[in-house]
Write a protein that binds this ligand. Sequence first.
Ligand code: ATP
Ligand code: MG
Length: 711
Amino acid sequence: ARPDITLRVATDPTATAGAAIAGKSGGDDVPDHMPDLEDIAPLYDAKSENTALKRYKSDYVFSLSKNKQYWNKRATDLITWDNYPFDESSCDGIMTGGFEYGDVAWFPGAKLNVCSNAIDRHVQNGKANDIAMIWEGDEPDQVLKFTYADMLRKVSEIANALKSQGVRKGDVVTIYMPMIPQLPMTMLACMRLGAVHSVVFAGFSSEALSSRIAASKSSVVVTADVGMRGGKTIPLKKIVDDAIGKHACKDIVKKVLVYERERSIVPDGNIATDGNAKCSGNTPQINWFPDRDVNMNDILPKQRPYCPPESMDAEDASFILYTSGSTGQPKGLVHTTGGYALYAAHTIQTTFDLQPNDIFACVADCGWITGHTYVVYGPLLSGGTTVIFESTPMYPDAGRYWDMVQRHKITLFYTAPTAVRSLIRFGDDIPKKYDLSSLRILGSVGEPINPAAWSWYYHAVGEGKCTIVDTYWQTETGGHIITNIPGVTPMKPGSCTLPLYGIDCIVLDPMTGKIIEGNDVEGVLAIRRPWPGMARTCLDDHERYLATYFRPYKGYYFTGDAVRRDKDGYYFITGRVDDVLNVSGHRIGTAEVESALVKHPSVAQAAVVGRPHVIKGEAIVAFATLTESNTEEDDELVKELRTLVRGEIGPFAAPDIICITPLLPMTRSGKIMRRVLRKISAGEADQLGDVSTLADPSVVDTLIALVGRYD
Ligand code: ATP
Ligand code: MG
């Protein structure tokens, strides 16, 4: 029996915050662009009633018209502050600054510690023995469970170990670790000390790691001897050694703190396991540099298992994180302490309706913003149980996610469209083998989810009984900004639906920069006012921050994404602005053509780019991978695909060239890097730009050869 989502959401504090403060329901200032929600028929979700949407509308309007009161209420409901110098009657100073100079500050002067909000307060509030974290190792029988009390001890030990190696408030600590429990614990330990963590995804090369260490002038690097993924061993310490040896890092790194993976996952006295956690006892040989390297497993047992948390200013930097590099050189964004923590807790409780008894599995790596906000901070700040997943969806087979859902009775599951698309090819029978009845909400993030993939996720995984939340957001936004809310917003496959409370979304004309009012319109997506979770600057490059986000359209935050707002006011991300095609004067989003292509049963993934064309301005080049490992040229299939796009969108959108390819250029976070395809298609493969975040660099040569055949 699944919990009744509608009922649970109806008691969501968000829903009453507006009315409680305003003394009536809804604000008086209805923004012009507000969709008329009452006209939207609930789709695919018979549970959603118009009353829920009406409530959304009035709360949304309130959250904008009484914006500071709204965030004041959320801040006091969700965060335990050491000092909070605002109240309802004096919350004007809750936010200062604006987009012009990028000097936004939320809750300036307020004090808190994120780690003690994520752990200590739950221990103090009777939840010491609740499970905070379930670690699922690379092998399905490697499971560890940590209570909030365990977390407090373990994180304190790590914090004290960091301190013993000289780490202090404000220092930058680079974390290059596999998804073992000590990764989130090290992040939390940094937060406890007020040190700024910079997590670099452990799939990155030594080149990418060294540039990130150098950019942040991080004198301490935390790593592990090896990582395990899909049964393969990754020599992390060796990659760190190589990175530090590079010229860019000369004289920067003073300490390398190394966990031995095998020793780190042994269940010690108190930690619960599912009985099978194994240790092979084979610690791999690694090089030690005695003046620089410190073995964490040797120094941890010496540490006191309590460490007092540092009280931080709300606007102190809490972490640095790089974007995926889909559209250019990755940007090192700086997030705050108070605004970020509030936004993490606020969004997970709104979008996922996270309750303390939920088992939340966000299968992203901690190296991405999704891992920061929804593996670590969101769930723990909310007192939930979070799953740390070390492996891949294909290991040992394509049933791994569902096997894990069944074993841990996961209630909320969060993954990316690319994972869903890669699982579809194995058929519905795989999820059918497992008991998935614990699931109530399924999330999608990272790219638009094509209706075909949405439908599979909804039916084959959710058995038609789960809400799918299509969460649109960015590294820069800190948390979700546009998404449906379970039990409130009726779903539309392929649409991230409506803005979250407090997020003032607008559509701009890309040429004039003017706001486009009304529905059934297209343009670029922007935000009109600051929100607590937004990144405050690019690391050591405020100019780039202003140039990227605030200068393109004066007065607004520019997302870089193209968007369509349909007749019901629902938002559809149609692609990156840089990728939008212009064919004979028609502006076409990449997502729409790609969605049409993946409707074909033989197509697994598709990517579409434009290349210069003398008459049409741009010609459309489509790349598609197939569901079978058949990569043979097939004229019949190519014809069918063209007909499909013609029928779905219109003749003007039919691709001029369709390349069937064995693989696409993907970022390490699983997104399609269209700019690589664009350059190759235009014959400019010598100007690819920064491809350090490409998952498999060999794809470039394959594609050059492939495209060459069409010239
Ligand atoms: P870079 O900024 O370096 O080019 P990136 O934009 O891929 O990399 P992220 O911050 O990881 O880096 O991704 C944010 C982007 O992902 C969004 O701007 C949007 O294009 C896309 N995205 C994320 N979630 C969704 C979603 N639910 N629907 C559509 N697009 C999404
Ligand atoms: Mg981006």
